[in-house]
Ligand binder design. Structure first.
Ligand code: SF4
Ligand SMILES: [Zn+2]
Ligand SMILES: [Zn+2]
Length: 305
């Protein structure tokens, strides 16, 4: 089939809007929406740190932030990679992230769980108790990202979450009845002391499109999947949304749109948590002891048995 916008051969069919797109028009289609998201969420001046795991979404987010800021004298991009210590999985993506940053001349910071927390995720996995690895991974990854972003004085952290991830999170919070968490989802509008605000440039781009965008731009894509993903609760929501999208194309967009409709009410009902430095590590926290320090205590307790 030919592209719906020109006579060239199409490379993809976008089901939810019924269009065939050639390579150029597909790239334009993705970039237009990402630029719109960036305008809408706001890109503060200064250093924009990208959380670069080395997975395809983070590469696409990093590339697009690099592209929109490369002629901007008020903004610069740098990347932070968190090495959780997942044997046989993370080494490859850390290398992809490093090579990518070398190619585009992006300053790259790597921080590891082992060095910062004292244990790899593989070691935590052995004493994880009834919590899935993803719980530890998520808490300590946010902790590590915030440490580096503060050290380098970043004004924002761009995350690679795509439309699938965001619609899963909205649905998950809704099903769990955790509306307060929904109100606190990134992108953050209010600047909190010590907490670097997050932006989600790929929030409106479906995963299939971020994958194709990475592919047409020649980014190296790792085929490996995290060995702990199997225990992630998110999997149920991912499968459900894939089925829903199959039957009703555009469902993920509708979930995001519904969230936009209620976002202001949520922010009025739940004002941002009051953050104070954690008594142990000094990182911003809504409790006396931050979640990272609480989890670390729990792990140490398990190890001493
Ligand atoms: S699947 Fe879970 S454990 Fe693996 S990298 Fe993602 S959050 Fe971490
Ligand atoms: Zn075209
Ligand atoms: Zn702490």
């Amino acid at each position: 089939m030919n592209c719906s916008k020109c006579s060239k051969k199409s490379i993809t069919f976008i089901r939810y809007n019924g269009r065939y797109l050639c390579r150029e028009h597909f790239i334009e289609f993705v970039e237009k929406r990402v630029k719109r998201e960036i305008r809408k969420q706001g890109l503060p001046k200064g250093k924009i740190a990208v959380a670069l795991s080395g997975g395809k979404d983070s590469l696409v987010a990093c590339y697009l932030i690099w592209k929109v800021t490369r002629d901007d004298r008020n903004r610069s991009v740098l990347a932070i990679t968190v090495d959780e210590g997942i044997n046989g999985y993370r080494e490859k993506t850390v290398k992809i992230a490093r090579d990518f940053c070398n190619e585009y001349g992006i300053p790259h910071h790597i921080i590891s769980f082992k060095r910062e927390i004292g244990l790899t995720l593989d070691e935590m996995s052995k004493v994880r108790g009834n919590l899935a690895e993803c719980t530890y991974c998520g808490v300590f990854r946010r902790y590590c990202l915030n440490i580096v972003a503060n050290e380098i004085n970043a004004s924002a952290i761009a995350m690679g979450h795509n439309l699938d991830d965001v619609s899963q999170t909205i649905l998950m919070n809704f099903v769990r009845g955790d509306i307060e968490r929904m109100a606190r989802m990134a992108p953050h509008k209010k600047i909190q002391p010590g907490l670097i605000p997050r932006i989600l440039p790929l929030r409106s781009i479906p995963e299939k499109e971020t994958t194709l965008y990475a592919y047409v731009n020649g980014f190296e894509i790792s085929e490996n999947e995290c060995p702990y993903a199997i225990r992630a609760m998110r999997g149920i929501y991912r499968d459900f949304l894939i089925q829903l999208e199959e039957k009703h194309p555009g469902s993920r967009h509708s979930i995001l749109k519904s969230f936009f409709e209620i976002e202001e009410c949520l922010h009025n009902k739940f004002s941002p948590a009051i953050l104070n430095p954690c008594k142990k590590c000094g990182q911003p926290s809504s409790e006396k002891i931050c979640m990272a320090c609480q989890l670390l205590e729990k792990i140490k307790g398990e190890i001493s048995f």
